[in-house]
Design a protein around this ligand. Structure first.
Ligand code: HAM
Length: 426
């Protein structure tokens, strides 16, 4: 016997009945985005490695150690996308979608990061990504967050809370960065290895450290809020006022800096305490400098991504289930002639005014085994066809969920007979 091949570590399958939860969660999000005027954009799963390096930043965990990068057969370095923003911005620029225009886009699909797999953290995971390009805010910042609050409400997800922060403009961060570097440099011996490496190239990321030994040092570090420029402060206050008006509660977390370099001004995260250590369900922020950084015209923009594995898990924990569509009718047919008749009537029932959900028994089997399948399908009625019925142009209609006597009806009266059963359905 050959050894069976297993899935790659950190890359999971989604099986029924969980796939129904995914459908429900994704469908709900899609519906809300349509209502808010967002359109779908689909971009490739692989891009040139350079795109992610330039967008996300060289000194980030993602670029330094988590990308699935390899050379294609022509020697070009390409990377499985670790996130969607960079590809969407590239597509917008390539197709001239930002020339005197604004865009509101959503996209969904798998992302890839070579992280240490654990509950809620995978190497292939799925994001529902939303981007609004050409908007300077803070109105759009607030709208995105209010829209997310609506999504949680519709999914009846309660245990998420919102954290917001502002990173100010690049200019206001320059002075802060200098002071922060000076602060950490004088305490160099207390820094862990990661932080020492980040000190010169990206000191803000030290604030993001999860190392418990570093927390005291970080708590005493200078705070970005003390360096905020007036415009960023007004922007942030504008966002807060709109959230207050909408009744969306939030906590201002001055330590929220995010792990990607393209952010400036507004950043936010929705977190939960129900999923163990991987508590961020959705995260995003403003990236006003990215388009220009990638060679385009200056274009303000903001977006977020929902981690679908985490959101579906949270939804599953609430035990609400997913609307499961059972068939109205299961067609049982024994014998070749009956099978042919079964196919014909199943299609005509699907075409009919009732637009019935019909499952036909495929794969043969005795009358008894087919009836078992009919029962397991959850259908309300079974239509039974054997040689006798075919010969006499009739069908037997049998209730599967109620104590109703079975009846034999002429083919022409079949739809009506089924309708009587469906109307009586509890
Ligand atoms: P991110 O914070 O890297 O942001 O990821 C967003 C969300 O994706 C996280 O909050 C989490 O729910 C989920 N996620 C990230 N990594 C994993 C993983 N290894 N396993 C499971 N879930 C994960 C971004 O990706 C930005 N592109 C968001 C954005 C869009 N900002 C502006 N526009």
């Amino acid at each position: 016997m050959q050894e069976q091949i297993q899935a790659i570590r950190g890359m999971g399958d989604v099986l029924p009945p969980d796939s129904a939860l995914w459908q429900h969660v994704e469908g709900t999000i899609r519906g809300v985005l349509l209502d808010y005027g967002y359109q779908e954009i689909r971009v490739p799963i692989v891009e040139r490695t350079e795109l992610f390096k330039r967008s996300i930043g060289e000194v980030t965990d993602i670029v330094e150690k988590e990308m699935y990068s390899f050379d294609d057969r022509n020697g070009m370095s390409i990377t499985l996308r670790p996130e969607a923003t960079a590809g969407i911005v590239r597509a917008c620029m390539e197709h001239g979608l930002l020339r005197n225009q604004r865009q509101k886009f959503w996209s969904t699909g798998p992302m890839f990061r070579y992280e240490k797999p654990q509950k809620g953290r995978y190497r292939q995971f799925h994001q529902f990504d939303v981007e609004a390009l050409g908007y300077s805010g803070p109105d759009i910042d607030a709208e995105l967050i209010i829209m997310l609050a609506r999504i949680w409400r519709l999914l009846r997800i309660e245990h998420v809370s919102l954290q917001i922060n502002t990173l100010g403009t690049t200019e206001s961060r320059v002075q802060y960065r200098a002071d922060l570097t000076a602060y950490f440099r004088t305490r160099f011996d207390q820094l862990d290895e990661d932080s020492r490496r980040r000190l010169e190239r990206n000191p803000l990321r030290i604030l993001d450290s999860k190392n418990p030994d570093m927390q005291g040092l970080i708590a005493d570090a200078p705070r970005l809020t003390q360096y905020l420029d007036a415009e960023s402060e007004a922007h942030f206050n504008g966002l807060r006022a709109l959230l207050d008006d909408a009744g969306v509660p939030y906590v201002v977390n001055p330590r929220l800096v995010r792990g990607l370099d393209y952010y400036g001004r507004t950043v936010f995260e929705w977190v939960t305490d129900r999923l163990g250590t991987q508590g961020a369900v959705c995260a995003g922020g403003r990236y006003d400098g990215l388009v220009e950084h990638l060679g385009g015209e200056p274009t303000p923009a903001i977006g977020f991504a929902i981690g679908l594995e985490r959101l579906v898990e949270l939804y599953a924990l609430a035990g609400l289930g997913a609307p499961y569509r059972v068939p109205d009718v299961y067609v049982v047919a024994v014998g070749q002639a009956a099978t042919r008749t079964a196919f014909r009537i199943a299609e005509s029932l699907r075409d009919g005014a009732g637009a019935l959900r019909v499952e036909t028994n495929c794969g043969g089997g005795s009358f008894k085994s087919q009836m078992k399948r009919a029962d397991r399908s959850g259908a309300t009625v079974a239509v039974l066809l054997g040689e006798d019925e075919v010969a006499s142009g009739t069908a037997v209609v049998k209730a599967l969920r109620a104590e109703i006597e079975q009846t034999t009806v002429p083919m022409a009266g079949l739809a009506d007979a089924i309708a009587v059963h469906l109307r009586a359905r509890p």
